[in-house]
Design a binder for this molecule. Structure first.
Ligand code: SF4
Ligand code: SF4
Ligand code: SF4
Length: 334
């Protein structure tokens, strides 16, 4: 790492990427990847390599993700306000051990797909998390600008600015963000009338990227089933791998394009049929379109009114009281 502003992914990280790339395609990646100066990063998840870590109690990627993100959520209020008018409370604080779906305490889970292809039974494992979409409606729709696409490709929710209204989940084709009620800024403003907690999801290990480290899930994968690198190289790698196994790619067109590319030896139509699509267990419909409704500036304003002014005034007070937390967005937002 040369300086705080120009971190680079470590040599070891680069070797992890380049070794996999060279072994399969011989393509040349740059000698070092700078999280900011390299521009947009992308990730590749190779389903032909992931074995679900079935020899462990918990997949290594899931374990690393949970460990990195442990203690991100502050203690939940003793009395969680019942938001008007829907009274929906989502409290995962007593179910933090759940790993078979996305929750506010679990940003990555591995789906097991049992598939029959040409009469032959196959088992595939599909790690699922935020896709870090190119033009994420989840960020566009956020009335409090708590959600941003960074230049490095990560889509990040700022927990200090999120009111937990879950509009981001409504417009995400995979309903990725997960709500924890009873935490966050809304408790300090109008807790019975506005907001309902904080939304949580994978942030591509944005803090680690800025320090020149790899996302934890990628670093620990014993099968090198996941890669990160400059967008163009990852796209080329995905094409090359798919070509080599006569396989399929997911994430290039879905939701208008994403920074996560899956390569699979079987079609995503088949994989999708094995998925429940239940809350926290997103399906994988090929070609899924961007959910645009309400994401234009007017829609955003309507969603936020009429208490936005009140909330922002209250929020300003809350931030100044806290003093120790940044109220502004990261410098590297688009
Ligand atoms: S991606 Fe790697 S760490 Fe995660 S389940 Fe697959 S093999 Fe294990
Ligand atoms: S997958 Fe969903 S939550 Fe993640 S960036 Fe895309 S729209 Fe947003
Ligand atoms: S990139 Fe980081 S936050 Fe996202 S799934 Fe991997 S370890 Fe978890």
């Amino acid at each position: 790492m040369n300086s705080k502003n120009t971190p680079e992914i470590s040599r070891r990280s680069f070797l992890r990427i380049s070794a996999g790339a060279a072994a399969l395609t011989g393509i040349h990646l740059p000698k070092a990847v700078r999280a900011e100066s390299a521009g947009a990063l992308a990730t590749l998840i190779d389903l032909s390599l992931c074995d679900g870590c079935t020899d462990r109690n918990m997949p290594a990627c899931v374990q690393a993700c949970r460990s990195i993100n442990a203690n991100k959520i502050s203690p939940v209020a003793e009395r969680i306000p019942e938001p008007w008018p829907r009274k929906t409370i989502e409290d995962w604080s007593k179910k933090q051990d759940v790993t078979n779906r996305l929750t506010p305490y679990n940003y990555l889970f591995v789906h097991r797909a049992e598939i029959t292809v040409n009469g032959e039974r196959q088992t595939l494992f599909v790690p699922r998390r935020c896709m870090h979409c190119d033009n994420p409606a989840c960020a566009t729709i956020c009335p409090f600008s708590a959600n941003h696409k960074n230049k490095n490709g990560a889509v990040v929710i700022d927990p200090d600015q999120c009111f937990g209204g879950a509009k981001c989940r409504d417009v995400c084709p995979w309903e990725i963000p997960q709500r924890q009620s009873g935490v966050g800024i809304y408790l300090h403003i109008l807790p019975d009338f506005m907001g309902n907690g904080v939304m949580y999801k994978c942030d591509l290990c944005n803090d680690r990227l800025k320090e020149g480290k790899m996302p934890g899930c990628i670093e620990v994968c014993p099968r090198n089933a996941m890669l990160i690198g400059p967008r163009k190289e990852i796209e080329a790698e995905a094409q090359a791998r798919a070509g080599k196994i006569n396989g399929h790619i997911y994430g290039q067109k879905e939701n208008g394009g994403t920074a996560t590319l899956y390569v699979s030896p079987v079609s995503f139509e088949l994989l999708n049929q094995t998925m429940t699509g239940k809350p926290g267990q997103p399906a994988m419909k090929p070609g899924v379109e961007r959910r645009m409704a309400g994401t234009d500036p007017l829609g955003k304003a309507v969603l936020a009114s009429p208490v936005l002014g009140l909330a922002l005034a209250g929020a300003a007070g809350w931030f100044s009281r806290r003093g120790d937390r940044k109220a502004c967005q990261e410098e590297d937002h688009d």
